[in-house]
Ligand binder design. Structure first.
Ligand SMILES: Cc1ncc(COP(=O)(O)OP(=O)(O)O)c(N)n1
Ligand SMILES: Cc1nc(C(=O)O)sc1CCOP(=O)(O)O
Ligand SMILES: [Mg+2]
Length: 240
């Protein structure tokens, strides 16, 4: 089965060398995947193309070493050229995440085909209307945020007036209900937010600093995974 058919964005790590306090990106990815993270995105605004390909290779190897290549998707942020170059080199990369001002979704789909993953950040302004009316035919999921302002991406959620629009848990619940494709929520997400986020009906959470800046990334990743899974298994029990 292709990875897109069993895409799991419930516990999603976004990571680049600028986030790790000098520690190897691949080691933190391996820790996160062993802890139960289900999706990894390589995101760097400073790495060269060569460095990004190398990071993608190391990430794919880390996922392979954890024995999770068939279930944990590896995506690259922004850079269709890197996805294509990496795949040409035989690296197992599964798709791309783009934003509203990045390379268009239809171009990504044209080059990546039906079997790879294309994720898109939802618009910051008029979000509810956007989620209701956007063409999602070429998309696998929406990234939505931020829950809070964050130093990791100070320009996230900018509205037309230049101010950051944050999302309440109620907003996220509404978005999750309106969206016809899965929704993953991030931006300032910390361990204490996971139970409330899990209750919104969102399909998952994404984090950078909660894991990449932790003194012990594996321990923090495990706590985040357990918090999400605990809520979801209790929810399942109460339904049955
Ligand atoms: C899962 C996920 N959601 C949102 C984003 C943000 O993407 P974008 O708006 O393109 O901003 P940059 O990450 O490129 O700065 C994301 N990367 N991942
Ligand atoms: C990559 C990204 N996108 C966001 C959005 O709101 O679209 S927030 C963000 C960074 C999230 O980092 P942290 O977990 O350290 O707050
Ligand atoms: Mg982008």
């Amino acid at each position: 089965m292709s990875i897109v058919k069993k895409l799991d964005i419930s516990k999603y790590l976004v990571i680049g060398p600028e986030n790790t306090k000098g520690r190897p990106v691949a080691t933190i990815i391996k820790d996160a995947v062993n802890a139960g993270f289900t999706c990894i995105q390589i995101r760097s605004k400073v790495a060269s193309a060569k460095e990004l390909i190398q990071l993608t290779r190391q990430a794919a190897e880390a996922i392979e070493e954890a024995g999770k290549s068939k279930e944990v998707a590896l995506l690259v942020n922004d850079r269709l050229d890197i996805v294509l170059a990496a795949r040409k080199e035989g690296i197992k990369v599964d798709g791309i995440h783009v934003g509203q001002t990045d390379i268009p979704v239809d171009v990504c789909r044209e080059y990546l085909g039906e079997e790879l993953i294309v994720g898109l950040s939802a618009r910051a302004d008029e979000l509810f209307e956007y989620i209701k009316t956007a063409d999602v035919s070429q998309l696998d999921y929406f990234g939505v945020g931020p829950l809070r302002e964050t130093q990791t991406k100070p320009d996230c959620g900018l509205g037309k007036d230049g101010r950051v629009i944050t999302r309440s848990f109620d907003d996220i619940a509404k978005i999750s209900e309106l969206s016809s494709i899965p929704v993953v929520v991030g931006g300032g997400v910390k361990l204490a937010d996971i139970p409330s986020l899990a209750q919104t009906g969102a399909d998952g959470f994404f984090v950078v600093s909660a894991v990449t800046e932790a003194d012990n990334p594996k321990l923090e990743a495990t706590k985040l995974v357990n918090a999400w899974n605990d809520y979801k298994s209790r929810e399942k029990c109460s339904v049955n």
